[in-house]
Design a protein around this ligand. Structure first.
Ligand code: 6PG
Length: 245
C-alpha cells in the first residue's frame, strides 16, 4: 500500500502516515495522543479529547490508558454514540470505559453522549448543552472511517447528514435515525462536522486496504454527501491520516 500513499492527491493539509500493521498503528496513535494531550495541558492546564468509537481504537486506548499524563486534567467525550443501553456491547461509552478509562487514565473526566433522555433528540440536545460549555477549540479528535466513507455517525444517505455536514449549523450534537436496511443499524448521536473540524489536532484512523481504497475514492469523488470523510479535509488544522495495511 505504500506506493498508493505516495500516489494519493494532496488535498488541503492532509498528512498521510502508513504503518506496517495494526500494532504499529496502535503504538503510533497512542504516542500521538499522549504528546498532543500533554502539550495541551502544558499550554492551558487542561485538555479535551474527542474519542472515536468503533473497533479500531480499542488497542490504541489500551496503550493510551497507561500513559503517564495528568489525566485528572483531561476531559474525554465521544465523536458519536450508538443510542443503546450503556451496558450494551455496541455502546461506545462502554468500550471507552473498558479500554481507555483504566489505570492512570481512570482519573480523566468522561462525558458520554448518551444520557437518560427518552429520545435520541433529547439526548443530543442535552449533550449539545455541555459540549457548548467545554473549552474550545477541542485539543484532539480521533475519528475512524467506515467502509462507506462515514466518519463519526455522519453516514451517506442519512436524513441527518445535511445538518451534520453544514458548516453553518449551530448544532454541536445531533440525533441520527436508524438507517433501516442501510447503516446505521441503530439510532445514533453524533458531533457535527463544524465542531469536529474546529479541533486543534485531528487524526483519522483506519486499517486495511479496503478503507484505503475508500479514502482514495472519497478524495477523487470530492463529494461529502457520497463520502462524508471528504468533508473532514477542509479542517483548518489539517488531518493526520494514520493508517495501516
Ligand atoms: C462508531 C464510530 C464509527 C467508526 C467507523 C469505523 O460508532 O462505530 O464512531 O464512525 O469509527 O465505523 O469503525 P471500525 O473502527 O469498527 O472500523
Amino acid at each position: 500500500m505504500n506506493d498508493k500513499v505516495r500516489r494519493l492527491p494532496s488535498r488541503g493539509r492532509i498528512r498521510f502516515d502508513i504503518r506496517k500493521d495494526s500494532v504499529a498503528l496502535a503504538d503510533a496513535a497512542a504516542a500521538e495522543a499522549k504528546e498532543v494531550l500533554g502539550a495541551a495541558i502544558e499550554a492551558t492546564g487542561a485538555a479535551t479529547f474527542v474519542a472515536t468509537g468503533g473497533s479500531t481504537p480499542g488497542p490504541i486506548y489500551d496503550r493510551l490508558s497507561q500513559a503517564d499524563l495528568p489525566w485528572d486534567k483531561v476531559t474525554i467525550t465521544l465523536s458519536d454514540e450508538r443510542w443503546v443501553d450503556p451496558a450494551s456491547p455496541d455502546s461506545n461509552a462502554r468500550m471507552v470505559r473498558e479500554r481507555l478509562l483504566q489505570g492512570p487514565a481512570a482519573a480523566a473526566r468522561f462525558l458520554p453522549l448518551k444520557g437518560d433522555a427518552a429520545t435520541p433528540e433529547e439526548d443530543a440536545n442535552a449533550a449539545a448543552g455541555w459540549l457548548a460549555a467545554l473549552p474550545r477549540p477541542i485539543d484532539l479528535v480521533f475519528l475512524g472511517m467506515g467502509d462507506d466513507g462515514h466518519i463519526a455517525s455522519l453516514f451517506p444517505h442519512s436524513p441527518a447528514l445535511a445538518q451534520g455536514l453544514d458548516d453553518e449549523t449551530a448544532a454541536l450534537c445531533i440525533a441520527v435515525p436508524c438507517g433501516g436496511d442501510r447503516a446505521p443499524p441503530q439510532p445514533r448521536l453524533t458531533l457535527t462536522l463544524p465542531l469536529l473540524k474546529s479541533a486543534r489536532h485531528i487524526v483519522l484512523l483506519f486499517a486495511g486496504r479496503r478503507k484505503f481504497d475508500v479514502l482514495e475514492a472519497a478524495l477523487a469523488a470530492d463529494d461529502p454527501y457520497l463520502y462524508p470523510v471528504r468533508a473532514l479535509f477542509g479542517a483548518p488544522a489539517g488531518v493526520h491520516v494514520l493508517c495501516a495495511s
